[in-house]
Design a protein around this ligand. Structure first.
Ligand SMILES: [Mn+2]
Length: 354
């Protein structure tokens, strides 16, 4: 009968009000620090440095706030950095075949400090690139604050080249090699033990979405048994199984860092990016993965990188920005199921009979 249904609806609303009151009283105001990292020198295309401000213009803050009203957001602006003589010397002597090594290191040194600062002041942080070269500083800063960390790298590419294996010299294809314990000796002139002593054990890294792996990258992944769920395994077993295997692989005590390269998504939903590869994740698959990670309540840091507003048409740029915002929304609280906690609902809308 209609009135029975109505009574159930009212009961549900009352229950929801109870939940929201509990949430408001609880200690868990969810603090989030945001840093823009407009770094474009890890690759050759201009434009990726415009992404942080473009996302802000497209209401990044409101989108996040609407996805969870309990979020307390602090935007730290865009990260400045300065190159010093020591780094230029390292570049000249050891890493001259890598494009912009000194800039890469200077920016990431600043980011390592910035991430630690944000985690002292917030429960979570978001770093917006820029190209994926900033993945080094973002994860390294996270590791210095929280040594027990797991990393989920969602990307079309493995970004695990060494200076000796990179064909392009573009350092946005190398950040993971700076983070992993067994690869650190290959960067012996980079003073990593000094600038970022905590590194990532190889069994706490999982890749999702790969479909363009260089030969030496494949060699490294196989040699060290690094878990990588490329698009073919996603096709074979489906996203839910990939999520399950990913979570099984990560230490349940650890916090999680999610480094999301927009090119993990298929180029029809993320066309404006420097190294687009067809046959990627659908937006729904991307959202599913991010939601599952969020639901662990262990994600403490995230990167969103490689959105390039100078590539493609105006429509392409809008599509890419919208996809990026959907991914962020899901990470920071939005639920497609509608199962959210609202504190200010008018529970009288259905009348007052009980
Ligand atoms: Mn990448």
């Amino acid at each position: 009968m209609w009135w029975t249904t109505r009574r159930i609806v009212i009961k549900c609303l009352q229950h929801q009000r109870f939940l929201s009151a509990a949430a408001a009283a609880g200690p868990e105001a969810q603090t989030l620090g945001i840093i823009g990292v407009p770094f474009a020198k890890g690759q050759a295309k201009q434009g990726v440095e415009l992404a942080p401000d473009l996302l802000r213009q497209n209401k990044l803050r409101q989108v996040l706030q609407n996805s969870d009203e309990r979020l307390v957001i602090t935007d730290y602006g865009n990260l400045p950095y300065a190159v010093d003589e020591t780094l230029l010397q390292q570049q000249r002597q050891h890493y001259y075949h890598i494009r912009n090594y000194a800039d890469f290191m200077a920016c990431n040194l600043a980011l390592i400090g910035q991430v630690q600062l944000m985690l002292q002041q917030n429960a979570q942080f978001l770093a917006i690139g820029g190209d994926h070269a900033i993945g080094f500083g973002s994860v390294a800063g996270h590791l210095q604050h929280t040594p027990n960390l797991s990393l989920v790298w969602i990307d079309a590419h493995a970004d695990i080249n060494l200076h000796s294996t990179s064909q392009s010299g573009n350092i946005h294809g190398m950040p993971v090699s700076f983070l992993l314990e067994p690869l650190r000796p290959t960067w012996q002139h980079a003073s990593l033990d000094k600038i970022a002593p905590n590194c990532l054990p190889k069994d706490q890294l999982v890749y999702i979405g790969l479909r363009d792996i260089d030969p030496y990258e494949a060699f490294i992944l196989n040699k060290f048994g690094i878990r990588h769920y490329a698009m073919d395994s996603i096709d074979r077993v489906g996203v839910p199984k990939i999520i399950e295997m990913t979570l099984d692989a990560l230490n349940p005590q650890n916090k999680i860092h999610v480094s999301f390269d927009i090119d993990a998504l298929d180029s029809n939903v993320a066309p404006s990016t420097g190294t687009a590869v067809r046959g990627g994740l659908t937006l729904r698959e991307g959202i599913s993965i991010v939601e599952a990670l969020r639901d662990t309540k262990r994600v403490q840091g995230m990167d969103l990188v490689e959105i390039n507003p100078k590539l493609g048409s105006e429509h392409d740029v809008r599509t890419t920005v919208e996809s990026g915002l959907e991914i962020l929304k899901s990470m920071f609280g939005y639920r497609r199921s509608g199962a959210r906690i609202y504190s200010n609902l008018d529970t009288g809308i259905l009348g007052h009979e009980h």
